[in-house]
Design a protein around this ligand. Structure first.
Ligand code: NAD
Length: 356
């Protein structure tokens, strides 16, 4: 990979990649800064036991690029960044987070971190001991806490926009919705769906999460290997990325895909087009899952108001309908339509900045 990093950075148009290592705390982290035209790069830190360092680099690069577009399309004055920590989340320690916080601090605010897969508000608390460039810190410390409820609310609102497109009204009552991954976001999403009267199915690989969700809500469990055998109204990917790929494409039996996971399309162009050809409505991931970012951006701005954040998250509904209209008018995929709008905002702002 080492000789391919620059190639990949060139292809994906990254500004900077920082590799951090501290043997004592067993920290191996990659901070990827994609684009800072609109502002400092804000994006969560993921902890994952990657199969290889190469996989971790690719993940960091892909995820950080998604953050640039997510901030841009959501009207936020933030750039795109993301970090990954290579390792077993069971082995997290105070020393690891504090050492990582020092690395984040060394970037002087060019990168601001937050939670992501396998990281929590209490981990952010440790990071905060070493840097102020962290969001999603607990409420008792003046932060806004876990961003996942806002992400889930945005996905729910976005799913309603998809329902409007598919069936002419927003109602999810009686609709069969499969939530893949009932972690931080997935569980809150299940709550909204159950309240809306949907028939909710869940799948996960973590028995504890399945148990927790079934104790809280009336849902049916489906084994991961069986989920694509089902006839569904909505498939909501809320686990990891690339679940829309060559294998699953042929199996999907649903008119709508709307979920929180980042990078859902294994290959954006190929699979985005195949979804259109199959008549499947796809809500671009970086648009529908922007609720958490909208929330931490409000926290980072220093003037946090939960009610206003919820109103801002609800704007995802109209943005998704706009994307569907652009996709139909230009015969492009919904992902491409969303990227066009995001890229246009970045280019327009870059132009304004170059005039200063
Ligand atoms: P999480 O780690 O809390 O939950 C992920 C869940 O997916 C876990 O319960 C895990 O066991 C399950 N899972 C993993 N592999 C699976 C598989 N093969 N089949 C079924 N289940 C599987 O993470 P989260 O914070 O809920 O985030 C979920 C997704 O949403 C991630 O892709 C994340 O990047 C994205 N996202 C999260 C936020 C946020 O606010 N947390 C914001 C935007 C995007």
């Amino acid at each position: 990979m080492s000789n391919k990093v620059f190639e990949l950075m060139k292809d994906l148009e990254h500004e900077q990649v920082v590799i951090c290592h501290d043997p004592k705390s067993n920290l191996k982290a990659i901070i990827a800064i994609h684009n800072t035209t609109l502002g400092p790069a804000l994006g969560g830190t993921r902890m994952w036991n990657y199969n290889s360092d190469d996989d971790a680099v690719v993940d960091a690069l892909r995820l950080s690029r998604g953050m640039t577009y997510k901030a841009a399309i959501s009207g936020l004055n933030l750039g795109g960044g993301k970090a990954v920590i290579i390792g077993d989340p069971a082995l997290k320690s105070e020393a690891l987070w504090r050492r990582y916080g020092k690395f984040v601090n060394s970037l002087n605010g060019k990168y601001i971190t937050a939670e992501d897969v396998n990281t929590s508000a209490s981990d952010m608390e440790f990071i905060h001991l070493e840097t102020k460039h962290v969001t999603g810190i607990p409420e008792y410390m003046g932060g806004s806490g876990d961003p996942s409820p806002f992400t889930a609310y945005g996905v729910f609102v976005g799913m309603k926009a998809c329902a409007h497109k598919a069936w002419g009204n927003d109602s999810l009552s009686g609709k069969k919705v499969l939530v893949q991954g009932v972690g931080h976001v997935g569980q809150y999403l299940v709550g909204h769906l159950v309240d809306a009267g949907a028939k909710v199915f869940i799948t996960d690989i973590n028995q504890e999460r399945i148990k927790e969700t079934r104790e809280k809500y009336q849902v049916e469990f489906v084994a991961p290997e069986d989920m694509l055998k089902m006839e569904l109204d909505v498939y909501a990917p809320c686990a990891l990325g690339a679940t829309i790929n060559d294998t699953t494409m042929a199996q999907l039996k649903c008119p709508i895909i709307a979920g929180a996971a980042n990078n859902q399309l294994a290959e954006e162009k190929v699979h985005g087009r195949q979804l259109i050809d199959r008549g499947i409505i796809y809500a671009p991931d970086f648009l529908i899952n922007a609720g958490g970012l909208i929330n931490v951006a409000a926290e980072a701005s220093g003037s946090y108001n939960r009610e206003k954040v919820n109103k801002d998250v609800e704007k995802i509904y109209d943005r998704i309908l706009d994307i569907f209209a652009l996709s139909a008018a230009e015969n492009i995929t919904t992902q491409e339509a969303a990227m066009h709008i995001a890229q246009k905002r970045i280019d327009d702002v870059a132009h304004v900045k170059s005039r200063l």
